[in-house]
Design a protein. Structure first.
Length: 483
């Protein structure tokens, strides 16, 4: 080989940073520019800003064991604050274009699965415990053991099931689907609209919102979900001003007296770390924490790998740069979400929008986080969105999560049956925990009867045993005389 060829084959030297900020974030070294990072920061924010509307609606529409609800304005503040702070920390500490905010799916677990069993402060304490446990798993290196314990098809089935569950919540909360009272003596538990037909302006807003959202998604419009929410909110405000509407539900769409207002920090720090153990059984608490951890942990791993791969930042061995630090920050985000009562915060796949605009470093997070900080003062605007304008986003998110179903091998019954039960039981029982438990137990049972028990990880055996006790808790209590 000639000297010229040797020189040509050498990797190009990293371009020197133009200033200390450039060098710190490795902007030039990663082939990016300040302009691209800024554009990417804006793109990521506008793609995921819908969470400022959806998270308060999902958490605010649920009641805890004692019938209490969380204040919408305080939820907006908590959601924006955690997103701003943790996104900036991820940018500085992890140096990846990876934004964080309250996780969809995780907030559904908190709102509809955990809160009905205890007070809100106890429920948020469980989120804090889950985040602390993730941090311990990262520090000790046990994350690999947890990752290998759950078969990939079951992880995918869990995401699909949560997607269907979220979509179902959207249909129900918008009034597109309603429960038929038992007094009707019908075998059909739910129906279309309030009486078997769609009627009223609010339902029209929801239907138009679904059509608009799917049209934008099909066209691959960036920020499709946020555009739909904003558009249908404006439509709802106009309709509300000219039509006689009895009720929109929790939120009436009308122009607020003020656009800017001071943040309301009433929920910050309102959590009880161990109060949940006095509200329900220990086995239930353990399973609830496991449910949160399972969803949060694996979603994060998939998101982190996916975003860094898209940005071309994986090393020669396919590893994520600063992975330990990134996962630790993500775990800390879960703690911050629980401590602020905004539910567990996690990394967002919507960060891909920023990567698509050229973001390659954590500098873009400073822009995204800064915009979330500005949103702290826009609470009046964010609390006028009716469920009928926001629910189409839940349906859209359900679709996006449902797409993972294609990766499940439906020809292998030992995988297909547990996956099916996981997916079906979640929406049909209105419980994410029940779906995961049904899938795990079916997986262990089928593997065992096929003589493949040795293929089951010991962590899966232990978890399945917990779920067996969970499902049989009532007869077990009767057996031991516990009331």
């Amino acid at each position: 080989m000639s000297d010229a060829q040797k020189v040509a084959d050498r990797p190009a030297a990293e371009p020197p940073g133009t200033n200390s900020v450039d060098r710190f974030f490795k902007i030039s070294a990663r082939g990016s520019t300040f302009a691209r990072e800024i554009r990417g920061g804006f793109a990521t924010f506008f793609t995921m800003a819908y969470i400022l509307v959806l998270n308060p609606i999902i958490l605010g529409s649920a009641k805890d064991k004692y019938g209490h609800t969380l204040d919408g304005a305080e939820l907006v503040t908590a959601t924006a604050l955690v997103a701003a702070v943790m996104t900036i920390i991820m940018g500085v500490g992890g140096n990846l274009p990876l934004a964080l905010a309250a996780g969809l799916g995780l907030n559904a677990v908190v709102a509809f699965q955990i809160a009905p069993l205890m007070s809100w402060s106890d429920a948020m304490g469980l989120v804090v415990l889950e985040g602390l446990l993730i941090c311990v798993l990262v520090v000790t290196g046990l994350r690999e053991a947890v990752m290998h314990a759950i078969p990939q098809p079951l992880k995918q089935a869990i995401s699909v099931g949560i997607g269907l569950f979220i979509a179902f919540i959207g249909f129900v909360d918008a009034g597109f689907v309603t429960r038929i009272p038992d007094i009707a003596n019908t075998t059909v538990p739910v129906q279309l609209g309030a009486g078997g037909a769609l009627s009223g302006w609010p339902i029209l807003v929801f239907c138009a919102g679904v059509l608009l959202t799917v049209a934008l998604l099909a066209r691959k419009v960036k920020g499709a979900i946020l555009i739909s929410i904003l558009t249908m909110t404006v439509v709802a405000i106009v309709i509300n001003s000219v039509a006689d509407i009895k009720s929109w539900g929790l939120t009436t769409p009308k122009v607020p007296d003020d656009i800017v207002a001071a943040p309301e920090f009433g929920l910050i720090g309102d959590f009880s770390l161990f109060g949940s153990f006095g509200e329900t059984t220990v086995i239930t608490v353990v399973l609830l924490i496991f449910t949160l951890l399972l969803s949060d942990f694996f979603d994060t791993m998939g998101t982190v790998v996916g975003i860094t791969a898209e940005a071309g930042l994986l090393d020669e061995e396919g590893k994520v740069p600063n992975l330990g630090r990134v996962l630790l920050i993500d775990g800390a985000a879960a703690v911050a979400g629980g401590a602020s009562s905004s539910s567990s915060a996690t990394s967002y796949i919507e960060s891909a929008a920023g990567v698509g605009e050229g973001a390659r470093t954590g500098f873009s997070n400073l822009i995204t986080g800064g915009l979330f900080a500005v949103a702290l003062f826009l609470t009046p605007l964010l609390t006028i969105v009716p469920m009928q304008a926001a629910a189409p986003a839940l349906v859209a998110v359900g679709f996006l999560m449902m797409t993972q179903v294609k990766n499940i091998d439906w020809d292998r019954y030992e995988i297909a049956i547990p996956a099916f039960l996981t997916i079906a039981v979640m929406p049909f029982t209105y419980s994410i925990t029940n779906g995961i438990g049904a899938g795990f137990l079916a997986f262990v049972l089928i593997k065992t009867v096929l003589g493949k028990a040795k293929e089951i990880h010991w962590l899966l055996w232990a978890t399945s045993a917990l779920f067996l006790v969970y499902f049989a808790i009532n007869p077990i209590q009767q057996l031991f005389g516990v009331k």
